[in-house]
Ligand binder design. Structure first.
Ligand SMILES: Cc1cc2nc3c(=O)[nH]c(=O)nc-3n(C[C@H](O)[C@H](O)[C@H](O)COP(=O)(O)OP(=O)(O)OC[C@H]3O[C@@H](n4cnc5c(N)ncnc54)[C@H](O)[C@@H]3O)c2cc1C
Length: 260
């Protein structure tokens, strides 16, 4: 079973700083990590490989320093890593990101399953996984809390708000995982040694034969107009008293504001 996992390198902080001129995140000097949901995606792939054999290849689209994130997955035990990086990809929105990743996957050749994280903790759109499935014309199952493979049939338990749902489809397919699916293994010492020696395979826009119409800022139908931290909401008012009293006070306030 040949599995491809998409990981994103993200800032290791919730206190993201915004560059007011470019409306992009300030990444310089901010430590980066593998997007937490993507560690679950790597773990899910390694467990499927242990059960069914095959290979696990991890890819990321990002600046050269994203190679560090790939090395973390080598230390977890994956077989191959690919960094698809090019100035032409700068400013990509999710349309362009998913297109660039799907072009890379086409170039990598045969695969049975693509696994992504549910979402990235910086962009938070959860759009890239489904986008890759669309570009490649593959079935998709999102928010997976359980993945089973039986021959060429994929069975996924999806974690929804109210309940869980079981879906089945044929491979090849795309799955996005939630963090409840597993506990990612820690990098092993042997793995870290191997990561140190690993030369990360790079691919650029020419090598993936990407159409500039779908890549980078110019190939992005959406652009981030402004990113800002919303001002903290003013404190609410706590109405005290017996329940009936509180109801009366509440109705009076609602009337006062001419809501009713
Ligand atoms: C604060 C902020 C807000 C943004 N808002 C938007 C927006 O509203 N619309 C928009 O189109 N773009 C937006 N972007 C840009 C967006 O972050 C990028 O397009 C990004 O590459 C993918 O979107 P995402 O971060 O939401 O990832 P998600 O779609 O949330 O990621 C889901 C999964 O896709 C895979 N994945 C995502 N990015 C990569 C990658 N570069 N390499 C490999 N695998 C990857 C990972 O498995 C990840 O778990 C925003 C960026 C920031 C920082």
């Amino acid at each position: 079973m040949d599995i491809i996992v998409c990981i994103k390198q993200v800032p290791d902080t919730t206190e993201v700083k915004i560059n007011p001129e470019t409306n992009t995140l300030v990444r310089e000097g901010v430590p980066s990590i593998v997007n937490p949901f993507d560690e679950n995606a790597v773990e899910a792939a390694l467990q499927l490989k242990e059960k069914h054999g095959g290979t696990v290849t991890v890819i990321t689209m990002g600046p050269p320093q994203a190679a560090e994130a790939l090395k973390t997955t080598i230390a977890m035990g994956v077989d191959n890593v690919v960094l698809v990086s090019d100035r032409a990809f700068a400013g990509s929105d999710t349309w362009a990101t998913s297109y660039t990743l799907s072009q890379t996957i086409k170039k990598l050749g045969k695969f049975d399953l693509i696994i992504c994280g549910k979402q990235a903790i910086d962009g938070d759109t959860a759009q890239v996984g489904p986008g890759i499935a669309e570009w490649l014309g593959l079935p998709q199952a999102t928010f997976a809390s359980k993945i089973e493979v039986n021959g060429t049939t994929l069975k996924v338990e999806r974690m929804l708000e109210e309940n869980n749902e079981i879906v089945e489809c044929s491979l090849p397919a795309v799955v996005t995982v939630v963090k409840q699916i597993n506990e990612p293994r820690l990098p092993s010492l042997k793995g870290m040694m191997r990561a140190k020696k690993t030369e990360v395979k790079m691919m650029n826009a020419a090598e993936i034969e990407g159409d500039p119409k779908n890549m980078g800022l110019n190939g992005s139908p959406t652009s981030v107009v402004r990113i800002f931290t919303p001002p903290p909401k003013g404190g609410g008012e706590v109405l005290a008293g017996e329940p009936a009293e509180i109801v009366d006070k509440l109705i009076a306030k609602i009337k006062e504001r001419k809501i009713i």
